[in-house]
Design a protein around this ligand. Structure first.
Ligand code: OAD
Length: 253
C-alpha cells in the first residue's frame, strides 16, 4: 500500500510542474525535538501552558519565566542535528521550504536560508520587543542569554519567534501565499495543520489547483485536503519520496 502511494506521489512530483514543502514539528522528531500537541506526554503543550510561555500576555506577565523556558529549549537545540528528512530536502536546492518550525535544521542541512520561509520565526535570534526598534542578535545556542534589555532602547530582548496572538512576518507570509497560488503540488510534512493562519496555506494551494501530498505518522487537519496521504515517519518517507528527483518551486531555467 505504502509503495503504491509513494509511486503515485512521485508521479505527481515528476510531472513538469512546480512544488513546495510545508512542514511542522514532525519533521524534526527524528532529530530529538518534541512536537507540540501529540497526545504523548513528551509533547510540549502536554507539559507546558502555551498561554504562559508562548503568548505576548504570558511574556508581559512574567518575561523572566518565558526567557528561562527559551534558554532551556535553546540548549536542547544546540545539541541536535539535521535528520534524514532535512537532508533529503536539502538535496533539492530549488525547492522552497515553508516551515512553522523555529529550529534551523533545514539551513544546517545545507539549504539556502533565502529558500526557507520561517512563518513562526526562528529560535536562533533574539529581537527587541519594541516593534519600532529593529535591534536583533544571533544567539549562541550553547550559551543562550537570560533576561536582558535591548542595548539600543529600553525594550526587553525576546526570541524572534511568533507567539499566539501575534501576526506572521508580513513579507514571508506574502511570499508563501504567492507561492502557494502558483505551484502544481504541495508536500505537507509533520504538521497537525491546527494553527492558523499558517495552515490556511494548504487550502489556499488546493483552491488554486495544487495537488496535496501529506506525510504524517497520523491523521491531521491536512488529511481532508490530501490527494495522497502517506502514513509514516518523515525521516523514512521523505528520502524515499524524493530519491532521484530534482524538484523546483520556481522556474529556474
Ligand atoms: P504539532 O505538534 O501540532 O503537530 C505535529 C505533527 O507531526 C502531528 O500531526 C504528528 O502526527 C506529526 N508527527 C509526529 N511525529 C512525526 C514523524 N516522525 N514524522 C512525521 N510526522 C510526525 O506541530 P505543528 O503542526 O508544527 O507554533 O504545530 C504548529 C505550531 O503550533 C507550531 O509552529 C507552534 C505550535 O504551537 C507556535 O509556537 C506559534
Amino acid at each position: 500500500m505504502k509503495d503504491s502511494l509513494l509511486a503515485a506521489a512521485r508521479k505527481i512530483l515528476e510531472c513538469d510542474g512546480t512544488t513546495a514543502v510545508f512542514s511542522g514539528a514532525g519533521l524534526s522528531v527524528a532529530s530529538g525535538l518534541s512536537t507540540f500537541r501529540d497526545p504523548d506526554p513528551d509533547s510540549l503543550w502536554s507539559r507546558f501552558d502555551p498561554q504562559e510561555l508562548a503568548s505576548l500576555d504570558g511574556f508581559r506577565a512574567n518575561p523572566e519565566r518565558v526567557i528561562e523556558w527559551y534558554q532551556w529549549r535553546r540548549q536542547i537545540h544546540a545539541n541536535i542535528k539535521p535528520n534524514p528528512a532535512h537532508i533529503a530536502l536539502a538535496q533539492q536546492p530549488d525547492l522552497i521550504q515553508i516551515t512553522q518550525n523555529v529550529d534551523y535544521l533545514l539551513e544546517r542541512a545545507g539549504l539556502d536560508p533565502d529558500n526557507v520561509y520561517h512563518l513562526h520565526g526562528t529560535i536562533t535570534r533574539d529581537r527587541c520587543q519594541h516593534d519600532s526598534c529593529e535591534y536583533f542578535e544571533i544567539i549562541d545556542m550553547t550559551n543562550p542569554p537570560g533576561f536582558r534589555h535591548c542595548p539600543q532602547c529600553s525594550g526587553i530582548m525576546r526570541p524572534a519567534v511568533v507567539w499566539f496572538g501575534e501576526g506572521l512576518p508580513q513579507d514571508t507570509w506574502a511570499q508563501a501565499q504567492t507561492l502557494c497560488k502558483q505551484i502544481n503540488s504541495l508536500i505537507i510534512v509533520g504538521t497537525s495543520a491546527a494553527v492558523y493562519p499558517a495552515s490556511g496555506l494548504i487550502s489556499l494551494a488546493k483552491r488554486h489547483g495544487s495537488k496535496i501530498i501529506v506525510i504524517n505518522t497520523d491523521k491531521s487537519k491536512a488529511s481532508r485536503h490530501a490527494d495522497i496521504e502517506i502514513f509514516g515517519e518523515a525521516a523514512i518517507v521523505l528520502p524515499e519520496l524524493l530519491d532521484g528527483l530534482r524538484l523546483k518551486s520556481i522556474q529556474t531555467n
